[in-house]
Ligand binder design. Structure first.
Ligand code: ARG
Length: 470
């Protein structure tokens, strides 16, 4: 079955040697306009830069160049006003824009495609789009870091249980816990910045794959589009999508960080923990159980991480085994990137909202911090310091104290001095002072440690870095 009516426009672009139009199903599998219309701004920006360069190089006349530039601005305005007639028959954003340009300005529109191909055009558009997405995501991550820093500052001295194996391990400060995520998100920003540097080269002018015989100036188009330089190899320029893969990898790792924090929020908001309370704005109720306040946003962030990782996997598999240079498989590069970028935008915004709004239950955290003999390491350390005991023996002493307290159903701090001395005669009243959760966290002043004074310093340093690095 053919649909020659609808395809006549596309055929005008490439159909010189075709007698008939494509089958309807061919058009459906081939068309990308439904999703690549999101590249319209980048496409028009790239075309304008290309057009100006063609004029500068005397490949196009001033008059044709001026007509093309004005026409492209009209196309842009139509798309932004929402009254652009997108057509699947015209396959993709590039041909939709060019066909409309031809309707508006006539013959000169056909000269715009001199010395380029859709292959370098789409590679350029997509790089520009991903670069914008990276910049937007970086701004959003700065907002999340700022929210985490506020909570860390506020709760630099709030004690909570630190966990390993999700078993109470040692007391830590809530601020320190928040700052761990500040570090992770900071590295996520670093990954985006690194990827951005490698992305920021212009494929424009690579043409179909081999470069062009026209006297183009790729350096000037690269500069106009904010790229650091033109890509050095035309085959590479049209055929790699590693910049998109790097973006998706950075998104995936960031999504994993968000998912871990989301998981903690799910645990912490449960009735069994009650460490934090999420605001009405970031929870939902149950239609049957009136007491419920569900952390849906956190759960959905956790779930959406799978999609983002799926997007990375999808594009890795599109690229795997493709011979150089361009293959149509690469048209399938866009949807995973769009989905990941949209998902990250939503997830980061929701996480920023939850962190900013949550109430930290300091009393519950304090009580939980001491449960489970979390200061056992502190008494072992005291034996090492005060009694010059080897750590392994001190560990044994502390273990015996824990067993005694456990048998009696009391906390370590509730053991009498006599009971402690029965296990280790060297223990004095001083040792009891290290058993409070406050002294435990205050003592952990090593670089990167949980002591409130270190947390305050870390917050100040992170705030300075956030303000300074822009
Ligand atoms: N829509 C296409 C894509 O995204 C544009 C490039 C088409 N190139 C080609 N040789 N058919 O990949």
């Amino acid at each position: 079955m053919t649909d020659t009516n609808k395809t006549s426009a596309a055929s005008a672009m490439w159909g010189g040697r075709f007698a008939g139009g494509p089958a309807a199903i061919m058009q459906r599998i081939n068309a990308s306009i439904d999703f690549d219309k999101r590249l319209y701004a980048q496409d028009i920006r790239g075309s304008k830069a290309h057009c100006r360069m063609l004029v500068r190089q005397a490949i196009l006349t001033e008059a044709d160049g001026a007509a093309i530039l004005t026409g492209l601005d009209k196309v842009l305005a139509e798309i932004e006003a929402g009254d652009f007639p997108f057509s699947a028959a015209l396959e993709d954003i590039h041909m939709n824009v060019e066909a409309r340009l031809a309707e508006i300005i006539g013959e000169p529109a056909g000269r715009l495609h001199t010395a380029r191909s859709r292959n370098d055009q789409v590679a350029t558009d997509f790089r520009l789009w991903v670069r914008d997405a990276m910049d937007g995501m970086d701004t959003a991550l700065k907002g999340l870091i700022a929210a985490l820093l506020d909570r860390a500052d506020e709760h630099a001295a709030t004690v909570m249980p630190g966990f390993t194996h999700l078993q109470a391990a040692q007391p830590v400060t809530f601020g320190h816990h928040m700052m761990a995520y500040v570090e992770m998100i900071g590295r996520d920003r670093g990954r985006l910045a690194d990827a951005r540097k490698r992305l920021n080269e212009s494929p424009l002018g690579s043409a179909a794959l081999a470069g062009t015989s026209f006297p183009t100036d790729r350096h000037s188009t690269a500069a106009e589009l904010g790229f650091d330089r033109p890509m050095r190899n035309s085959l590479d320029g049209v055929s790699d999508r590693d910049f998109a893969l790097e973006f998706l990898s950075a998104c995936s790792i960031c999504a994993i960080h968000l998912s871990r924090l989301a998981e903690e929020l799910v645990i912490w908001t449960s009735a069994q923990f009650r460490f934090v309370k999420l605001s009405d704005a970031f929870t939902t109720g149950s239609s049957i159980m009136p007491q419920k306040r569900n952390p849906d946003a956190a759960e959905l962030i956790r779930a959406k991480t799978g999609r983002v990782i799926g997007d990375l996997t999808a594009l890795l598999l599109v690229m795997k085994g493709l011979p150089l240079a361009y293959s149509k498989d690469m048209q399938d590069d866009k949807e995973p990137v769009f989905e990941a970028a949209d998902t990250m935008e939503l997830a980061i915004a929701a996480m920023t909202g939850m962190i900013g709004d949550m109430t930290v239950n300091t009393a519950v955290l304090h009580a939980a911090a001491g449960a489970g003999f979390t200061t056992a390491t502190d008494i072992a350390d005291w034996c090492v310091r005060a009694l010059k005991m080897p750590f392994r023996r001190a560990h044994h002493v502390a273990g015996s104290l824990v067993k005694l307290a456990e048998d009696k159903g009391i906390g370590l701090e509730d053991l009498t001095l006599a009971e402690m001395q029965a296990i280790e005669p060297g223990i004095t009243e001083d040792a009891r002072a290290v058993l409070t959760v406050e002294s435990s966290v205050a003592s952990r002043t090593s670089f990167g440690g949980t002591a409130p004074i270190r947390v305050k310093e870390a917050v100040a340093a992170a705030r300075a870095a956030l303000a300074g690095a822009g």
